[in-house]
Design a protein around this ligand. Structure first.
Ligand code: P6P
Length: 329
């Protein structure tokens, strides 16, 4: 299909944008449009709760752990509930795999789409008022509509995504997404309750001078990663690591840069999850002209084996990821 990247006016609302670009969706039946609206709506609700976190008792840990063994924050659980509720009411999603739930949530409806989601990534930053985000991927289900959702509906390669995006709850709240026809950014105006197109057809600079990696784990890094870090220092790059993947990724998308969560001696596959963190950002990065790999393999080609599978992540400006990979011996 011809890629009609219509340069729509900045300031157009998300709803109007989706309607005008609808003909680009591979399945232009309006379902995917509705799905994006459902996610955007949940984002508004989560945004409101995050902004109140300091005032009412919804920040901090709740004393339970998610499937990864990580302390669940009150807002993690709230955000998970909000997204599942919005997607359930919207009716377009038949299943959800979430960082917060060990198993698939089968919505037992006629929906054609499967959602992989990290409802609130970087949530440990909530208490210190640092940007956090929601990351989501959208797939078409493989098994017949209306039948029980199967593992194969969820364990799809990243290249099968029909849409992906993230919400960034920062100095302003943004929704950034792609349906395979470019990357578009919308800024939320709470006083109007609307998202407005603020970044049309986003392209990541081919290179940059910012690298994002937790150098506190340096001793456990592979020698190739240590060599690349030294290369960055020798070339006077800036180290920026927020501890919130969406925030680091978004800055690199706008300004150029590389984010690395490498294998370490403690976690040989790194920390980040393929299905609901890496695949979505890899789809966006590639659509914006960037690259996303495990260090050796294109993220979107990784064959998922389990819902909460971890993979190493090298993502960002094309020339920077290629340079980092060149240190692999
Ligand atoms: P570390 C947050 O928990 C997260 O998933 C990403 O948002 C962030 O970049 C990374 O983990 C931080 O992990 O091990 O560097 O503290």
């Amino acid at each position: 299909m011809e890629d009609s990247r219509i340069a729509l006016p900045i300031g157009i609302t998300l709803d109007r944008f989706i309607k005008r670009k609808q003909e680009e969706f591979q399945y232009a039946t309006g379902e995917l449009s509705q799905l994006l609206r459902d996610i955007a709506l949940a984002g508004k609700v989560v945004n409101r709760e995050i902004n109140k976190a300091g005032l009412i008792n919804i920040s901090g840990a709740i004393g339970t752990q998610n499937v990864q063994g990580e302390d669940q924050q009150k807002l993690d659980v709230l955000a998970n509930i909000r997204f599942i509720r919005a997607l359930t009411k919207g009716g377009e999603a038949c299943a959800i795999v979430s960082e917060e739930d060990e198993e698939i949530t089968d919505l037992k409806n006629q929906g054609r789409y499967v959602i992989a989601i990290d409802p609130l990534d970087g949530s440990s930053n909530i208490d210190v008022n640092v940007s956090i985000g929601t990351i989501f991927s959208v797939y078409r289900r493989i098994t017949p509509v209306g039948s029980p959702v199967k593992k194969e509906d969820v364990l799809q390669k990243g290249i099968e995504q029909v849409a992906a995006g993230y919400l960034l709850y920062g100095s302003s709240t943004m929704l950034v997404y792609t349906t395979g026809h470019g990357v578009y950014g919308f800024t939320y105006e709470p006083s109007l309750g609307e998202y407005f197109l603020s970044h049309s057809d986003m392209i990541i600079p081919a290179t940059g001078k910012t690298y994002s990696i937790n150098e506190g784990s340096y001793n456990g890094f592979p020698e190739s990663v240590k060599s690349y870090i030294q290369f960055c220092k020798d070339n006077n790059y800036s180290a920026r690591y927020i501890g919130s993947l969406v925030a680091d990724f978004h800055r690199n998308l706008l300004k150029g840069g590389i984010y690395i969560y490498p294998p370490t001696t403690k976690i040989p596959n790194g920390k980040l999850r393929l299905l609901y963190e890496c695949n979505a950002l890899a789809f966006i990065a590639e659509q914006a002209g960037g690259i996303a790999t495990t260090g050796t393999q294109r993220i979107l080609e990784v064959e998922p084996q389990e819902f909460h599978q971890r993979v190493p992540l090298f993502i960002g400006s094309k020339e920077m990821v290629e340079k980092a990979q060149s240190f692999h011996t």
